[in-house]
Design a binder for this molecule. Structure first.
Ligand SMILES: Cc1cc2nc3c(=O)[nH]c(=O)nc-3n(C[C@H](O)[C@H](O)[C@H](O)COP(=O)(O)OP(=O)(O)OC[C@H]3O[C@@H](n4cnc5c(N)ncnc54)[C@H](O)[C@@H]3O)c2cc1C
Length: 618
């Protein structure tokens, strides 16, 4: 294996250049040395660009004129910064790019002298560069020609949230405008914007996108478009020359993110070692921290498609600062945008890649909670499908982690060392921790009480079905005249209205669940209160009915109430036992029971109203 690299450095993690700029990482910490088996034969040439490919003789010629034979050649030459056509941009001093380590070093050196920095381009890279630079006391302004920041990844609302974050860092943002002319004779002194505005600037950072490095391939006569054209085996028109990464164009698409490049590298490595691997394209997914805010964007976010062709659902939190949007085509999820923490990220990515069907209940859950999956299903990584990506940056799936765990990796560090997961942005570390500690699930607090109350609830409810009803007294001389409970109008009204008020009180749990401002007390305590109150209600119901189901309207009222209690009791029984029964089956049953419980609640108010009217009418 012979590796040529144009840069003077050993391989490093380009994604972490932003952190290098902000001073959070050092040169050493972002190094990403090649890891190969001991016996592998590897030669690396750094600072040594390949300048020609001699396809006839299967040789590459490097910048020093040396020639190297190849049997297979892989082009992974990436991209370069796109420099827009502005007069003077190539001649004046003070103009910078942000693509590689040398650019980052130059920018770091420049920050000490710069007073006014202008970042041209409000994409991810421009924002990251601006954030890195504003820390050194220079006044930073971003100029973005489209109407919003990160236009490729975000919609208007999400972009506004990010803009607010960026502005809070002291960065000025100008959108819908661009640089027309540069001012200055030898060095840039300012810029004139399209709308006539003049801005002072001694440093201009150009972050206006990338262009694939296609020149080498073009010179060699290989077909190129926006990138080097490849087929599903990542093969160019020459069967001995392959291409992967940002320099590639597959079915008209080019990608500017790490994950597609790693997908391609995986497929190519498998194909070259004799497997039947094929590349089918990648979903553009960004899971990033932008100015300390989590940003998620994946798949089709509604750009370049007719607005009516996609169904959209939006969720915002109380102060409208967390924003989540999902897009469907025929109830299949095709894209999503999220600002702020979103625990669904990993599963969402898998669902979008597979265009999974999202059922009515999941959509309803999203509408009210902002999550497509229950907290349990999302938080328990062990239950995720094997092909779900846990580490987006390194394309590590839950399946890869399971294999590593079987091979003896029992800590986050060991998993990271073996699979590379969490070694790039680190945002998946909690998920790894969840996986290695997944077996030790703690019991819910108060679970014993929950269990006892749930069993009591189920048994009492079943008695209503199995038992024909407490008999009325046969003689007025009986000592215990219990039938007075059902015969005396006043007592019947007391038990009836007690039932009504207790039922209103018990619904307090749904307030705790849905109204975020009501957050006092743990949810477990509220749930226990709810279940115990349910038992009290059942007791009062026995007093009100004597275990009789009644007929006609009364029967339907009793039926829906008693079945509702059975569903509720079974679901809380499963909650009480979830630390022992943690498997997909029990989680699914629990969620079904809970939904049944909630659904049966709906007809109750009208049935109760009719019951009360009927009682007083007759
Ligand atoms: C600051 C920054 C932050 C980023 N953040 C993210 C992020 O958060 N998430 C994300 O998904 N992506 C991010 N990206 C994009 C990501 O870095 C790229 O998608 C990824 O590096 C592409 O990998 P690649 O191997 O195709 O190309 P590159 O990483 O560009 O590697 C190509 C290498 O080939 C060398 N080369 C070029 N021509 C020749 C030649 N003729 N001979 C020899 N060598 C040559 C180049 O010098 C370069 O070193 C970021 C990029 C930057 C610059």
């Amino acid at each position: 294996l012979v590796i040529y690299g144009d840069e003077p450095w050993e391989p490093y993690d380009r994604v972490r250049l932003s952190a290098l700029l902000t001073g959070k990482e050092s040169l050493q910490s972002i190094q990403n040395r090649l890891q190969v088996p001991e016996k592998a034969s590897v030669r690396q040439f750094h600072n040594c660009a390949v300048v020609n490919i001699d396809r006839t003789n299967h040789r590459v010629i490097d910048v020093q004129g040396r020639s190297q034979r190849y049997s297979k050649l892989v082009l992974a030459v990436g991209s370069k910064s796109h420099i827009p056509q502005i007069p003077g941009i190539h001649e004046l001093d003070g103009i910078y790019r942000f693509r590689d380590m040398s650019d980052a070093e130059r920018l770091i050196a420049r920050t000490t002298r710069s007073r006014y920095t202008l970042v041209l381009g409000g994409g991810l890279l421009g924002i990251e560069a601006a954030r890195g630079l504003c820390r050194s006391g220079t006044a930073v302004t971003i100029v973005e020609h489209s109407e919003r920041l990160m236009a490729a990844q975000l919609d208007n609302y999400a972009a506004e949230l990010i803009k607010t974050h960026v502005q809070k860092q002291g960065i000025k943002v100008i959108t819908g405008n661009s640089v027309k002319t540069l001012l200055g004779k030898t060095a840039v002194k300012g810029v004139l914007l399209r709308d006539g505005q003049a801005l002072l600037c001694d440093t201009l950072v150009v972050a206006t996108g990338i262009r694939a490095n296609i020149e080498l391939a073009r010179k060699a006569g290989l077909p190129v478009g926006r990138g080097i054209k490849v087929n599903e085996y990542l093969q160019t028109a020459d069967k001995n020359i392959y291409a992967i990464g940002e320099c590639v164009e597959y079915k008209g698409n080019t990608y500017g993110l790490v994950k597609p490049s790693l997908d391609q590298a995986d497929v190519l490595a498998a194909y070259m070692s004799g497997s039947d691997a094929v590349y089918m394209g990648s979903t553009a997914t960004s899971r990033l921290k932008v100015v300390e805010e989590s940003v998620f964007s994946a798949g089709n976010i509604g750009q370049n498609v007719a607005p009516t062709s996609l169904k959209k659902m939006v969720w915002k939190n109380d102060d409208d600062k967390q924003y989540r949007k999902i897009l469907f085509r025929h109830n299949r999820i095709v894209g999503a945008i999220g600002i702020g923490p979103w625990q669904d990220n990993s599963r969402l990515q898998e669902a979008i890649e597979k265009e999974r069907r999202i059922g009515f209940w999941q959509q309803l859950r999203f509408k009210y909670t902002g999550s497509l999956w229950s907290g349990d299903a999302v938080n328990n990584v062990a239950s995720w499908p094997e092909n779900t990506y846990v580490c987006n940056c390194k394309s590590v799936t839950k399946g890869d982690l399971s294999v590593a765990m079987e091979a003896g990796c029992k800590t986050v560090e060991a998993l990271a060392g073996k699979t590379g997961a969490s070694t790039v942005c680190g945002s998946c570390k909690p998920l790894l921790a969840n996986l290695v500690g997944g077996e030790i699930l703690k019991a819910e607090s108060g679970s014993k009480w929950l269990m006892v109350s749930s069993i009591m609830g189920s048994v009492l409810s079943l008695i209503f079905f199995a038992y024909p009803g407490l008999p009325f007294n046969v003689s007025v001389t009986d000592v215990w005249r219990w039938d007075i409970l059902w015969r005396n109008e006043t007592i019947k009204q007391i038990s009836g209205f007690s039932l009504l008020s207790l039922s209103v009180m018990i619904s307090a749990i749904s307030i705790r669940k849905r109204v975020k401002r009501v957050s006092s007390g743990s949810f477990s305590a509220w749930r226990l209160f709810h279940v115990i109150s349910g038992i009290v209600i059942l007791g009062v119901l026995v007093a009100h009915t004597g275990f009789r189901m009644g007929v006609e309207l009364n029967f339907w009222l009793m039926l829906s109430f008693v079945v509702l209690v059975i569903f509720g009791s079974l679901s809380s029984l499963l909650v009480a036992y979830q630390h022992k029964l943690d498997n997909p089956m029990s989680r699914k049953t629990k969620s079904l029971m809970l939904w049944g419980h909630i659904l049966l609640l709906w007809p109750l108010p009208s049935l109760v109203i009719f019951h009360v009217i009927k009682t007083y009418w007759y």
